[in-house]
Write a protein that binds this ligand. Structure first.
Ligand SMILES: [Zn+2]
Length: 282
């Protein structure tokens, strides 16, 4: 996994997921930090339409048209269907970029919708799930999912010879089954995610606007304790990325990191993304 992200609550949030060239949200500064990688982005998935998550689209769409790079590479932007703010941005970009050198496509999504990424033996896709940010606006989270094969469970105790015999008689499909593995889950600015939506994911990127519960004045965004609890219940395998941290916690993030960060009942690593810093997660 290779993730490059910048996140400072209220100011800007974007995350580049390099294995599939996906940009999750596009806050201000995304293209200036990505530089040439702005051309690598194939798909953008927007969690919602607030300025700190879509402000960077203006630069991204423009730079792909003007900077040195493959100016004909297509760009697809997925967003929560009917989202008013995204629709306004779409109209603005259409009016101000009448002659783009590349195909720019806007695709509305509902929770449960799937976007195919790659085919082949182990296909991957993105699946949208519902999140809760503000009531006036629809928001989505996204899972990057890989379809894998494994030996059918009922054959777990079978000998090699039995398996070979079965393949000879009925083909490879008779001994293998498919299962879907979530590789990466992005929750946007949601309150605590429903663990079922991100169950068994390898990497979870969860809102952590508040490190201290008492700083949250209304039921919006999430706290560190909630992000940890979601990761625990969802049995996150490799990494919890706590992002969208409020800039009031700059010093506190360092403190927590120095303390080494072990959390009861959590088997994965925990990375706190310091507000205002560009972070690479391997
Ligand atoms: Zn935000």
């Amino acid at each position: 996994m290779h993730v490059l992200l910048y996140s400072k609550a209220l100011y800007s949030t974007w995350l580049y997921y390099s294995p599939d060239r996906l940009l999750f949200d596009a806050g201000e500064g995304a293209s200036s930090v990505l530089g040439n990688k702005a051309f690598a982005v194939r798909r953008v998935f927007l969690s919602h339409g607030h300025a700190d998550h879509i402000g960077g689209l203006v630069g991204l769409v423009n730079i792909r048209n003007n900077a040195m790079g493959d100016k004909e590479k297509e760009l697809s932007i997925y967003y929560p269907k009917g989202n008013y703010l995204v629709t306004e941005m779409m109209a603005f970009l259409a009016r101000t970029n009448r002659r783009l050198s590349y195909p720019l496509e806007w695709i509305p999504l509902d929770a449960g919708d799937r976007v195919e990424l790659v085919g082949g033996q182990t296909p991957r896709y993105v699946k949208a799930f519902p999140t809760v940010h503000v009531h006036s606006e629809k928001s989505l989270g996204y899972n990057v999912v890989e379809t894998r094969h494994r030996l059918r469970q009922e054959l777990a105790g079978a000998t090699q010879a039995e398996i070979v015999a079965r393949v000879r008689a009925n083909g490879k499909g008779a001994v293998t089954e498919h299962y879907d593995q979530k590789l990466f889950s992005y929750g946007g600015d949601s309150v605590a995610l429903r663990p079922a939506y991100v169950a068994d994911t390898e990497v979870l990127c969860h809102d952590t606007t508040f490190l201290d519960e008492e700083d949250r004045k209304e039921y919006k965004h999430a706290t560190l304790a909630e992000a940890i609890q979601v990761a625990r219940e969802a049995r996150v395998k490799k990494e919890l990325i706590c992002f969208h941290i409020s800039s009031r916690y700059k010093a506190k993030v360092r403190e927590i990191e120095r303390a080494g960060g072990h959390y009861e009942g959590l088997d994965c690593r925990v990375t706190l993304v310091p507000p205002g810093r560009i972070v690479l997660v391997d």
